[in-house]
Design a protein around this ligand. Structure first.
Ligand code: LLP
Length: 426
């Protein structure tokens, strides 16, 4: 599954002991395994066989330029959701003809940038956005390649914060409206409706919701073709889940087989936007134990990473395993792994039976490769962690730990407020 494993009681990332990286880079840090990234991408690719397809890695899950490069080297495309992600994609050397752009709130500037880059597909989420894109494309004398994001109203049975394909979610165009909006799109001079897009949620552990979605979309594609709206691309989004604790996640082969079965002979190029399934278990976050507060009921293991570094446990109550970097015999500790932030919600793990730990020990928060660093913030003015990529016995810092200067970069105090020389006694 991944390449983080113990050798003689010490946790390694591929061929490198994590304590060595901690000594050189400090803590906390994110560590990604090149072999795992590659393997996950290849497994996904291979499951699609000879069906025309494009796997667009979802940049929001892990946007580090080096991670993007690993996938680009494998022939991946990218799924972006903002001008900033498009910038990263281009900087990492992506082929714009393999970039798809989603998001409910694209700005004029973002549309211009993506048109100029000549991306493969705008995944348009509303009628107003469609009209705006037509206007922007017209001003530039271009035609925008478009897939409408259809909200299929399918329950993906995942955390409500990360389910996106239900009527009550803000995403996409309601299924019942889709035919009308396609007709509208076809009539617009600077819009080229060539695809259908959908994405129903994230961390989905059943294939059936995906299959049901495809069933609905397939019927739509047939209707569109009857009206000579030539759909070439079917973008099925991302969302395939992974094992964090003991969930059984369908392997990409099972997911692909079920989808290809449902697709039948519908002649389309399939696009996928996997994020978590490619990077989730290819990354960990390593943090050092500062203090152990032993209490009557439970103990608190205070570490040097907090919710600003890894917010999933606090935000979604998500489970991420915590492994000791050095295994040790002794009495286990029951308690919470908490960070230094001034919030009771600042925890990385709750009510766990943890291995024996002491101040100075390192622990690894597992399955942190997706929505880990990308959701990090500077809350409490904490510099964001370093990111390290390991390949065999090589390691590279692929993002420096931020400095205090980085944190205040861009801020300024207006002269009128700078007390020092105001001279008026205030
Ligand atoms: N495509 C679109 C349009 C998306 O909105 C997303 C994720 C993906 C693809 C990739 O989904 P994935 O394969 O990674 O499930 N922060 C949350 C997850 C939010 C997902 C947002 N959209 C978490 O940490 O669980």
């Amino acid at each position: 599954m991944h390449h983080f494993a113990y050798r003689d009681g010490r946790l390694f990332a591929e061929g490198i002991p994590l304590e060595k990286i901690a000594q050189e880079v400090g803590t906390p840090f994110y560590c990604y395994s090149h072999a795992t990234l590659e393997r996950h991408f290849q497994a996904f690719e291979a499951s699609l066989g000879s069906v025309p397809h494009l796997v667009c890695f979802s940049v929001k899950s892990n946007s580090n330029l080096a991670v993007l490069s690993v996938f680009l080297n494998q022939g991946a495309g990218l799924d972006v959701v903002s001008g900033g992600e498009l910038y990263r994609a281009m900087k990492a050397g992506a082929d714009p003809k393999k970039i798809v752009f989603a998001g409910v709130g694209k700005t004029v500037r973002e549309m211009e940038e993506a048109l100029r880059a000549e991306i493969l597909l705008f995944n348009v989420e509303s009628e107003q956005e469609l009209l705006a894109l037509d206007r922007v494309a017209g001003l530039g004398g271009m035609k925008a390649p478009v897939a409408l994001r259809i909200n299929p109203d399918i329950n993906p049975q995942t955390h409500p914060y990360i389910s996106t394909g239900l009527k009550q979610n803000k995403f996409g165009i309601p299924f019942d409206r889709s035919l009308d909006v396609y007709r509208q799109a076809k009539a617009l001079k600077y819009i080229d409706p060539i695809g259908v897009h959908c994405h129903i949620g994230s961390q989905i552990l059943e294939v059936q919701p995906f299959v049901d979605t495809l069933g609905r979309i397939k019927a739509l594609v047939k209707k569109l073709r009857e009206e000579s709206i030539a759909v070439q691309y079917l973008d099925l989004g991302g969302g395939l889940g992974i094992t964090y604790e003991d969930e059984v996640a369908p392997p990409p082969s099972e997911y692909a087989e079920a989808l290809l079965g449902e697709l039948g002979d519908l002649d389309c190029t399939l696009i996928f936007e996997p994020g978590r399934v490619l990077v989730g278990n290819a990354g960990i976050m390593v943090t050092r134990v500062l203090y152990i507060k032993r209490g009557p009921e439970k103990s608190f293991i205070v570490v040097d990473a907090g919710m600003n570094d890894c917010i999933r446990p606090s935000l979604y109550g998500a489970y991420q395993a915590v492994w000791p970097v050095a295994q040790r015999e002794g009495e286990k500790i029951s308690g919470d792994v908490v960070g230094p932030i001034c919030e009771s919600g600042d925890f990385l793990a709750k009510d766990r039976l943890l291995p024996p730990l002491e101040p100075g020990d390192l622990v690894a928060v597992m399955s942190a490769g997706a929505y880990g660093f990308t959701m990090a913030s500077n809350y409490n003015s904490r510099p964001r962690a370093a990111e390290v990529l390991v390949k065999g016995t090589e390691q590279w810092v692929v993002r420096d730990r931020e400095t205090y200067e980085d944190i205040v970069q861009g801020e300024s105090v207006p002269e009128a407020l700078s007390g020092a020389d105001s001279g008026d006694g205030r």
